[in-house]
Design a protein around this ligand. Sequence first.
Ligand code: GDP
Length: 139
Amino acid sequence: MAIERTLAIIKPDAVAAGHIGEIISMIEQAGLRILAMKMKRLSRREAEEFYAVHRAKPFYSSLVAFMTEGPVVLLALEGDNAIQRWREVMGKTNPAEAAEGTIRRRFGTNIERNAVHGSDSPETASFEVPFFFPTAELL
Ligand code: GDP
């Protein structure tokens, strides 16, 4: 299996609800190594650029408003098959459809307020990790 890097975000709903610690625990228990981590409030421009792929979607402006409503925790992760592994720990986009024990099932509220983000492919990860972390910050 290939060693991959992926971007994780603990979204504003999960930060506000006090789930940072439990989510980081689940990341570590999944065998994913944290290369870098920071907490910040995204600017409107950052959220718009980060989610530019969704610009044409009806939920785009609502998603940008949600992602900028409070601080997020950004993490660069590394491990065997890290992209898929992190997606499995997260669960499906809609918490109602996510498997028992996944982060989105445990902590998500609805299809938008779903607690966490994870890159969905190697191409996406290679855009998303450097979007927030210059190579020099990856330990
Ligand atoms: P992900 O890769 O599982 O995060 O899902 P997507 O890339 O399809 O969507 C990005 C984010 O947009 C999701 O994590 C949700 O926060 C939000 N989102 C996705 N689909 C919908 C939707 O149908 N309605 C709303 N309001 N938000 C959505």
